[in-house]
Design a protein around this ligand. Structure first.
Ligand code: CTP
Ligand code: MG
Ligand code: K
Length: 181
């Protein structure tokens, strides 16, 4: 498979997992998921993980998957190779997996004594990939292995941190995010 083709498929297939984090930043606020609870004098998750942000993130990921699915045929025709339409369970695995990965990362950050907003290089950039891909493989196995071939997964692992750093830097510059990571 040509490299450009692989990159386009990786980006397209991951969009429903990329957008939830950004939607959560825009919609976040209100009740924290952990209800303010602590474990060993540290917050379980912290004020940065809210019900509203999580719900908005998953909804945004599902909505985007729906739009991409409507466009998939036309875009495939225009590009000369196929980009994926999303099965409902694949969309759910990507969107909910991304939010779950982010939440698990905050759990790990709090356990290691990092305050809300602290940096955790590596984890910050890949948390949502680490959970969304296995969850999608579980929920929509055939779909997953049709699209997430090894070369696509490799591109995702390389491309995701680059996109993450870029979009967060932009969100920070725009004043939408408190830290540039
Ligand atoms: N956010 C949210 N709910 C989520 C994820 C994010 O409300 N499930 C919102 C919060 O307002 C959060 C912001 O998006 O502050 C930025 O997200 P993130 O960087 O993941 O959270 P942090 O505030 O940095 O907290 P943490 O250290 O736990 O990652
Ligand atoms: Mg953060
Ligand atoms: K995060």
């Amino acid at each position: 498979m040509a490299i450009l083709e692989t990159v386009v498929i990786a980006f397209w297939a991951m969009l429903p997992a990329y957008v939830p984090n950004n939607a959560a930043v825009l919609a976040g606020g209100g009740q924290p998921i952990d209800g303010g609870r602590t474990w060993d004098d540290k917050r379980v998750l912290g004020d940065g993980k809210t019900w509203r942000g999580t719900a908005a993130g998953i909804a945004a990921g599902l909505a985007l998957a729906g739009v991409l699915t409507l466009l998939a045929d036309d875009v495939s025709g225009a590009l000369g190779f196929s980009v994926p339409a999303f099965e409902p369970l694949a969309a759910l695995g990507l969107a909910a997996g991304a939010m779950l990965g982010d939440i698990l990362a905050s759990f790990l950050k709090r356990r290691t004594g990092r305050e809300r907003g602290a940096m955790f290089p590596g984890l910050d950039q890949l948390d949502f990939v680490v959970v969304s891909l296995p969850l999608t493989a579980l929920l929509a196995t055939e779909w997953f292995f049709e699209w997430f071939t090894w070369d696509v997964i490799l591109v995702v692992v390389v491309l995701t941190p680059v996109l993450h750093v870029t979009t967060n830097a932009i969100a920070y510059k725009l004043g939408l995010k408190d830290e540039p990571w």
